[in-house]
Design a protein. Sequence first.
Length: 298
Amino acid sequence: MEETGYLAAEGFERELEHELGPVTKRYGRLILAPGPPRPAAWAQNVWLAPRELEIGSIKDAVLKLRAIQRNWALYDFKLHRRAKLIQEQLPHVSAKPVPFPCELPKAPLGSWTLLAENKILASPRCSSPFRHGEVEFIEDRTGPPNRAYLKLWEAFTLLGVRPGAGERCLDLGASPGGWSWALHKLGCHVLSVDKAPLDPGIAALPGIEYRAASAFSLAPAEVGAVDWLLSDIVCYPRRLWRLVQGWLASGLARRYLCTLKFQGETDHATAAAFAAVPGSRLMHLHHNKHELTWVKLA
């Protein structure tokens, strides 16, 4: 039977199982489900071709993994000491923070775990070129007023698309200005909308226009055409969905990138409504918490 492995974002195994439906096995955060790979927003990495390998020793495990390919990342589920002894004899895979912007790593990176003393589960192909789907950046400790900009950096890196110089971006729920700062660094013209003020240092940046207003009271016609609509508003997903529907109907936004922030229980129904929008994608970023990122590029 064909199976696919889905590595849940840390702490969100229940959400992933709900999304997948019937599953066959679970190894901590790694969940195996029948059938070929399918979209799974709560999976931080997908093991596209998992297979079991029988091993007779640590050396045998190393030889069998290296016979498949060079680069492997250990998902350390059990038998930690033995697993680490195997990983130490495999070529080193760097997990150092990367600069932004950067290109996605091109070398194939497989994932493996030790199921028993004599059995490995290994997938030479995964959905993410980063170890367990975890993208770490060299952070800017002085410019932005908070770390929310890391979500934008991660999304732009994974998508391979980001706003260009001179593009008009609408930043909804902008305060204190982390996303506006990141867009400014890309050379964008930014309309930052929030009832709360921006950090003074962000408000003073060239190319940023602040409007003290609620994103929900702002009609698309008042703003006009934008290249990107971006939202990190703290609100219930259903309310964000109504806002986005209005913009979709207006046709005034070319691209969208929005955070669905779940307060209390996960609103799976609204997440599914976002995912069903043609040409869009729903994903859990490494820098997301109890939230998902929705993107529509066309």
